[in-house]
Design a protein around this ligand. Sequence first.
Ligand SMILES: [Zn+2]
Length: 262
Amino acid sequence: MFHFTDALSGLIADIAQRVPALAHVRPERTLVFARRGRTGADGPNATCHCLTLPTSEPGYYFWADAITGSITRRSPWFVTRSPEVIVNGTPIEYMISVGLPRFADQVGRRKLERYVGLPPWVVRLDTVVHELYHIAPDASGLRQLARADGTLDQRTHPPRFFDDVRDLVLAYLETAPSPDVLEVVRHDFATLQARHGSVVGTTFRDGTYPQRYVHVLDAQPAEPDVLVEPLKEAPGRARFTEADLVVRDFSRARATTPVRAA
Ligand SMILES: [Zn+2]
């Protein structure tokens, strides 16, 4: 049995230890989980989810008269919040999710052009480092890069982002990491499954995962004094713990049923 997300957590800890520019990544506060993602289907190979963003300013949705612009209806006042994720007593600050088997089967030919002379599996390592590079050095949210004039670039992926990631991947490989640690990115899904019999990963129960949610204010301001329509969003979950995690079998041609509690 190959535990994909545990192996990925091990790789992340090794990268954080060996690459000074990623030393701010705290593996114990970074939860890796898997989601189902078919090879060849649209969707991310991996995603960095930030749980440290502050609660938003209070606000409301509204409908306005097209001619006068005055508000005719509105939602209740609400804020958006990040849920708390506490695993065995440790607060989680970031989550890295991977789509399986998609992550293990990514080809990324254009990405590979950035790595002349290196084997194709380096694109998977690039994806891992890419997600880690999204973690802001002060854990305040997602990294923003400064432009040449010193102002912040509002784009999530300015061109420099990809160059920085490549430099960090090369810096990590320079440290000659252990082949055991790299196993999780060195092989495609079929190879991992053939070597280990099955591939499992930690995931959230019920196919959901912690996401920013809407919280309706307990004390509702009376203004603006128009018809108030209830919010359509289902109420979000404020807190997740290890009880929400399960280890699932992601092997091909087999049912993805929980095999044990995480
Ligand atoms: Zn990204």
